[in-house]
Write a protein that binds this ligand. Structure first.
Ligand code: 5GP
Length: 176
């Protein structure tokens, strides 16, 4: 593993508090209805696991795999579905859960793909958003934190497959 020069950007405590807030908002938004929560693999697994536990509703858990970065620090601009959902979304309340929105290409690609499956409602959330990196209009219903256009790892986010298990979000000094 290539060691990165890291500094903490968002502490575990701040992440936890924000997730409780977003979980409560989603609970209120769908009040008493059932939802299907979609985890965008791999990076969202940690945010997803914490967020679904903060949503007090009947939940079905689904997973979708996409890749766009190929282990590099710049977006390739290409979105590939590597694992599809196992259940139809027609008529369902869907919560799409992303770790980070950078160019916005992945989120917009998935929103379009999900809307084509005719859900009752689609709500999107991303723990992190880099407003300065957006290359397309991309509206997200619940954003955890807006951050600078710098490469980050931890809390599910990787560099070359590593660092996903850090319990906080860290900025890599080695890039940008
Ligand atoms: P977008 O399509 O918005 O450019 O990129 C979304 C995906 O790129 C995220 O799901 C994530 O996997 C990856 N990504 C974007 N920015 C970063 C970053 O700063 N660090 C890491 N580790 N991945 C990122």
């Amino acid at each position: 593993m290539m060691p990165l020069n890291l500094s903490e950007l968002i502490s575990e405590e701040k992440v936890t508090a924000k997730i409780q807030e977003i979980g409560q908002k989603i609970t209120d938004q769908f009040s008493g209805e059932e939802v299907t929560a979609i985890c965008i693999l791999k990076g969202s697994f940690m945010y997803y696991a914490d967020l679904v536990r903060a949503i007090d509703l009947d939940i079905q858990c689904e997973f979708i795999g996409v890749s766009s970065y190929n282990g590099q620090t710049q977006s390739s601009g290409e979105v590939k579905v590597t694992l599809d959902l196992t259940t139809p979304l027609e008529g369902k309340n869907v919560v799409l859960i992303e770790d980070i929105v950078d160019t916005g290409l992945t989120m917009n690609f998935l929103k379009k793909m999900i809307m084509a499956r005719m859900p009752k409602q689609l709500v999107t959330t991303s723990l992190l958003l880099k407003p300065a990196a957006l290359k397309t209009d991309c509206t997200i219903d619940h954003v955890g934190f807006e951050i600078d256009n710098r490469f980050v790892v931890g809390y599910g986010l990787d560099y070359q497959g590593y660092y996903r298990n850090l319990p906080y979000v860290a900025q890599a000094q080695d890039f940008n």
